[in-house]
Design a binder for this molecule. Structure first.
Ligand code: SF4
Length: 283
């Protein structure tokens, strides 16, 4: 089954493919909405997801100029959200001089043919006056992910790579320098322990080859028929909604054991590409 003509890759869909090819097939090709929960207890998990979404909204509103006092009032009534919000105000992680681009979406062609696109919606990009390009990503997971786990996530590769490819549009048409791009994960529950990754030309070259190879693998599988390979790593199945469909169990994993996942919806995958609005680049 071929990819839908309007399909665009995101860090989330590529991460799904790396985690399990069958999950990618079910979610993006067959578009099966399987009636299972991602993690238990359901209500607690849903509440945590909602808190995370509200936190992102508060920060976004703050970055576009809504007074902090008004937003603080909105955060009251939820102890977790209020604590995250206060931590954000105290740490002021985004208080860098320069141009701020909250919730900005970028897109660029991906793959040899250039038919497919890579898209990302960033929590915040700051172009500083001294030539740095800083990507911020707000994390609200219960556990603070270690550096080695983050380093392996597609997000850590896709976001700087795409900013390098498409970020010139934010920079008055001037290209960004790979070794001046950095990505900062800022954890609302661990405000004193952000994680910073500095990009480089060598990493950009490696990432380009890696992303192209993933797209080639997906295109090869999509050109064939049948069931795509199920992951041999059954720990992936604990928090996958397709577990009963795949005969990989019927009980959702516990949020207590959910390592560093924050179960955020993949906002990149839901972006409707409007090329009038999206900063993009042609190779
Ligand atoms: S349940 Fe496991 S094998 Fe099936 S799609 Fe999910 S991760 Fe893949």
């Amino acid at each position: 089954m071929p990819l839908p003509p309007d399909f665009h890759f995101s860090q989330g869909s590529l991460q799904d493919f790396v985690d399990c090819a069958r999950r990618f097939q079910l979610r993006y090709l067959e578009r099966i909405a399987w009636p299972a929960v991602q993690a238990e207890p359901i209500l607690e998990n849903e509440r945590h997801i909602q808190q995370g979404e509200l936190f992102h909204l508060l920060v976004q509103q703050h970055l576009v100029g809504v007074p902090a006092a008004r937003l603080t009032a909105m955060a009251q009534g939820d102890a977790d959200l209020a604590a995250w919000w206060q931590a954000y105000l105290d740490a002021a992680p985004a208080a860098l001089p320069g141009q701020h681009f909250p919730e900005v979406t970028l897109s660029a062609p991906l793959g040899e043919s250039g038919e497919r696109r890579l898209v990302a919606k960033y929590d915040l990009v700051v172009l500083t006056g001294d030539g740095r390009s800083v990507i911020f990503d707000w994390k609200t997971a219960r556990h603070r992910a270690p550096r080695r786990w983050l380093a392996e996530r597609l997000q850590t590769r896709v976001y700087p790579h795409l900013l390098l490819q498409a970020g010139f549009d934010l920079n008055h048409g001037q290209p960004l320098a790979a070794d001046r791009i950095e990505m900062i994960y800022w954890f609302a529950g661990f405000p004193d322990r952000p994680e910073r990754f500095v990009y480089s030309s060598a990493q950009a070259t490696e990432d380009e080859g890696y992303l192209h190879s993933l797209v080639e693998q997906i295109a090869l599988l999509a050109g064939g028929e049948g069931v795509w390979p199920l992951t041999p790593d059954e720990t992936q199945c604990r928090f996958c909604v397709y577990r009963s469909l795949c005969n990989r169990g019927t009980v959702a994993g516990s949020t207590d054991d959910a390592d560093y996942r924050d179960f955020e919806p993949d906002m990149d995958a839901t972006v409707e590409l409007d090329f009038e609005q999206i900063a993009e680049v042609e190779y």
